[in-house]
Design a protein around this ligand. Structure first.
Ligand SMILES: Nc1ncnc2c1ncn2[C@@H]1O[C@H](COP(=O)(O)OP(=O)(O)OP(=O)(O)O)[C@@H](O)[C@H]1O
Ligand SMILES: [Mg+2]
Length: 335
């Protein structure tokens, strides 16, 4: 029994009203939270999802922040019929809990694995669905970047500075876990510290720092993107590169259909930024961030078993090999 299963929040009187007439359908531990899904007694959804933020790094305003951002984005995305966030119901700051309406659909990471693996051919219709989801994902991130009415507290940090900070955090995580070969670190450092400055002149936009398929659900009504509490100002290619690198890891791993993934990448980039390829700098940035992200999850590896652990290892190795194969000479890559 996992930690979420051990404790059912319905026992707390403050949550009880919201969950009247519903019964616990599923409980599980996610990356930084515990999730309880309640459905109507009849057993058919949609129900209510209780997300309790439990990670050590989460502050007491996190639930309020997530609720507030969901409300703002729901308004902002109401002009699109097929782009959404989960509908926020309420939040309980002291318990770090946010309640949202359950989305009944397929998680995009699972959809990709199902439709892209080389063994067991998927049906043409599920392939079409997965390919069109890439357009939706691209349009979703473009819509976030174009959001005009959302003002975050505080001024955006200078872009060059925030890119440097993010690079340093990622690089240290990789070095701590000995995932980047020591002799290459100086080359990464030289490359990024020189070229980050050139990127710092872009106009900052709202970015989703965890823009990854396991935070996306595709349902009858379109695409829902979860986990919005950390949305902050950043470079318009940061989250685009991060998502692209997820597909790149699948493409490089050898387990999935390479040509089809390349098409998905193009469709995504076309919808997100109107081009079919990323600049070299942003490919490298995306791959480095993705590798660092997989390493972070690696710290929670106790939760990952079997095929998921195998896939994660595979993705990590492919990305690492890709980084090692790049020429890191700054003078070759002035962009
Ligand atoms: N409204 C919802 N409808 C359906 N499923 C949901 C909803 N909210 C959360 N989930 C499920 O719970 C999982 C974890 O939610 P979320 O991503 O918000 O938490 P997290 O702590 O960031 O987890 P992770 O690190 O795994 O992304 C999602 O991947 C999804 O499967
Ligand atoms: Mg998440």
């Amino acid at each position: 029994m996992n930690a979420a299963e051990q404790r059912d929040p319905v026992t707390d009187w403050r949550l009880r009203g919201e969950l009247d007439g519903l019964k616990l359908y599923r409980a599980f531990e996610a990356g930084s939270s515990w999730i309880w899904i309640y459905r109507p007694e009849s057993g058919s959804g949609p129900g209510v999802v209780v997300k309790k933020l439990v990670s050590g790094a989460v502050d007491s305003h996190a639930a309020q922040r997530e609720f507030g951002m969901l409300s703002l984005l729901e308004q902002q995305f109401s002009r699109f019929a097929d782009l959404h966030v989960p509908h926020p119901i309420t939040h309980f700051g002291d318990q770090r809990a946010v309640l949202t309406r359950e989305i009944m659909g397929d998680r995009v990471d699972r959809l990709f694995v199902k439709t892209l693996r080389r063994i067991r051919l998927p049906s043409p219709s599920s392939r079409r669905k997965a390919a069109s989801v890439c357009d939706l994902i691209g349009r979703w991130i473009r819509a976030l970047h174009d959001s005009v009415d959302i003002e975050l507290l505080g001024l955006p940090m200078a872009l060059g500075r925030s890119l440097h900070d993010r690079y340093d955090a990622a690089r240290h995580r990789l070095a701590d876990l000995r995932l980047s070969p020591g002799h290459l670190v100086p080359a990464f450092d030289a490359y990024f510290s020189r070229l980050i400055e050139d990127q710092g002149t872009a106009r900052p936009v709202l970015c989703h720092p965890d823009f990854t398929p396991h935070n996306m659900i595709v349902a009858v009504g379109g695409l829902y993107v979860l986990d919005v509490s950390e949305i902050a100002y950043g470079h318009p290619l940061e989250d685009v590169a991060f998502f692209w690198a997820h597909l790149e890891a699948l493409r490089l791993s050898g387990l999935y259909e390479r040509n089809r993934i390349a098409q998905y990448q193009k469709r995504f980039l076309g919808a997100a930024i109107g081009t079919s390829a990323l600049p070299n700098f942003w490919e490298r940035w995306g791959v480095l961030m993705r590798l660092s992200y997989l390493s972070r999850s690696w710290e929670h590896a106790g939760k990952l078993r079997g095929i998921n652990l195998f896939r994660r290892n595979m993705a990590r190795r492919s990305l690492q090999r890709w980084l090692l194969s790049q020429p890191w000479d700054v003078s070759l890559h002035g962009e």
